[in-house]
Design a protein around this ligand. Structure first.
Ligand code: NAD
Ligand SMILES: O=C[C@H](O)CS(=O)(=O)O
Length: 479
């Protein structure tokens, strides 16, 4: 077994089990096999982790930006050096194809490298004084102990987008990875130690989300919570943060429209739809959830999309050439089946898939449904699975109104060769991330984050570091 596959939590520089010895099974969603156990830690272990982070904060914050940047570069190097091992761990616990897992791990290293560089750009300012003999200035300071709670669908890169800026800013971190995919986060603890981060700066806890989360939200020593997950849980944490006025970053659910106009490059649009829909078996926050196709190109598009969906290789992620893995667990598979049945009951026509895959287990067949309508559950609910409902539209105004008719505002995509329309969509689509003729649009250089009920805060870009810093103003007189 890989040394990175630890069955322990990292608290104050020690690898520990749960105080009561409790453990949680971790299963491989492709086979249902138990691949290991992790501690079922709770409030007491969480309190110790927060105390350790709090104790480590002054010395870590006192490190120079070049010292912190060097530690982050060392961590990025460790991740890159162990990319294959980390990818296999990720695929075993989450199920995605190995190629996608490796891409996620390398993206994680890129985010850490980005924030190693950003660490040296946290600048205050001198403000021109309206009064004589006074100097007005701002300075930047780390917010303090950060709690990071991450989802199961990208267990490595979602952590990178939190650990990177937090450690760059000078903040120690208490991490709670998703219960279904704990090993990627634990492996980060091993690599952070090897990179040289002092004890207590990086703490990794697994166990009851409610117990660990409860301590995190109630403990005043935690000054910021950065959460990636569902909008429902995000709402709960936002309410909890109010009691101790914590800073928050919320990366929440999505419901991305994917719009194809008559003038689009059809090949490019079909290719983009395949990636935007079926990456990670549709289990990404920025997956296209609703596919809107203009009437003139509708029949050609749905046929081409269905043909491509039927051809996808559905297999365990470690299999050579696997293109779509399993759903993460049985409830997820159940929900997908319910959403498809609802669409069919409301008049949808299944052109590809439409049922669990012949492989059985947690595999669902890549699905394309024509004749989708606003009354279907898939229109307002985050599908989070390999199902593409395709809606027909006539005009630009009509599709813009439909595209924006959701509580979410994370990602949106459109295919058109009309430049004026592209600018109108850039202004008209109420989404934090917009791809025009492109779907692979995420990189460390950009501010990733949603509008409306898809969250608050940005991860990546120069904005990413700001969320972990506080600005203090000083006025110096008597000169
Ligand atoms: N916006 C983004 O960047 C982004 C990225 C990835 C996933 N997501 C969203 O995440 C969701 C899928 O991930 P998920 O199923 O892990 O989401 P989830 O909300 O069920 O869980 C997310 C994390 O929160 C923890 N959690 C659950 N209840 C908690 C509580 N009461 N207190 C503290 N922690 C708690 C879970 O254990 C997990 O670690 C989807 O909605 C997806 O859109 C968003
Ligand atoms: O699930 C959400 C992730 O943010 C997808 S991506 O890594 O940004 O493409």
């Amino acid at each position: 077994m890989s040394d990175l596959l630890r069955q322990a939590n990292l608290v104050a520089g020690d690898w520990i089990g749960a105080d009561d010895g409790g453990v949680i099974d971790v299963t491989d969603p492709a086979s249902g096999e138990v691949i290991g156990q992790v501690p079922a830690s709770g409030a007491a272990e969480t309190r110790r982790a927060i105390e350790a982070a709090h104790a480590a904060f002054p010395a870590y914050a006192a490190k120079t930006v070049t010292e912190r940047a060097a530690l982050l570069r060392a961590l990025a190097a460790e991740i890159t050096e162990h990319a294959d091992e980390l990818a296999r761990i990720l695929t075993r616990e989450q199920g995605k194809p190995l190629a996608e897992a490796r891409a996620e791990v390398l993206s994680s290293a890129a985010y850490v490298q980005w924030f190693a560089e950003e660490a040296r750009r946290a600048r205050g300012e001198v403000i021109p004084s309206p009064w004589p003999n006074r100097r007005l200035m701002t300075t930047k300071h780390p917010v303090g102990v950060v709690a990071a709670i991450t989802p199961w669908n990208f267990p490595s890169s979602m952590l990178a987008r939190k650990l990177g800026p937090a450690l760059a800013a000078g903040c120690p971190v208490v991490v709670k990875p998703a219960t279904a995919t704990p090993y990627s986060g634990i492996a980060w603890g091993v690599l952070a130690e090897r990179a040289g981060f002092p004890p207590g700066v990086v703490n990794i806890l697994t166990g009851s989300a409610r117990e660990i989360g409860g301590e995190i939200m109630a403990n005043d020593k935690v000054r910021k919570v950065t959460f990636t997950g569902s909008t429902e849980i995000g709402r709960q944490l936002l309410r909890g943060a109010a009691d101790t006025v914590k800073k928050v970053s919320m990366e929440l659910g999505g419901n991305a429209p994917f719009i194809v106009f008559d003038d689009a490059d059809l090949d490019r649009a079909v290719e983009g739809a395949m990636i935007a829909k079926f990456r990670n078996a549709g289990q990404t926050c920025i997956c296209s959830n609703r596919v809107y196709v203009q009437a003139g190109i509708y029949d050609a598009f749905v046929e081409r999309l269905a043909e491509r969906a039927r051809a996808l290789k559905v297999a365990p992620g470690l299999d050579e050439g696997a293109e779509q893995g399993p759903m993460v667990d049985a409830p997820a598979l159940e929900k997908i089946s319910e959403l498809v049945q609802d669409a069919v009951d409301k008049g949808g026509r299944v052109l590809a898939g439409g049922a669990p895959h012949d492989r059985g287990g947690l595999f669902y067949a890549p699905t394309v449904i024509a004749g989708a309508t606003p009354e279907m559950r898939v229109t307002q609910e985050e599908i989070f699975g390999p199902v593409a409902p395709v809606y027909r539209f006539e005009t630009e105004d009509e599709v813009l109104a439909m595209a924006n008719d959701t509580i979410y505002g994370l990602a949106a995509y459109a295919y058109t060769r009309d430049l004026g329309r592209a600018f109108r969509l850039q202004d008209g689509l109420e989404y934090g991330l917009i791809g025009i003729n492109e779907v692979l649009i995420v990189t460390p250089e950009i501010p990733f984050g949603g509008l409306k009920q898809s969250g608050t805060g940005k991860e990546g870009g120069w904005q990413g570091l700001e969320d972990y810093l506080e600005t203090r103003y000083s006025c110096i007189g008597g000169m």
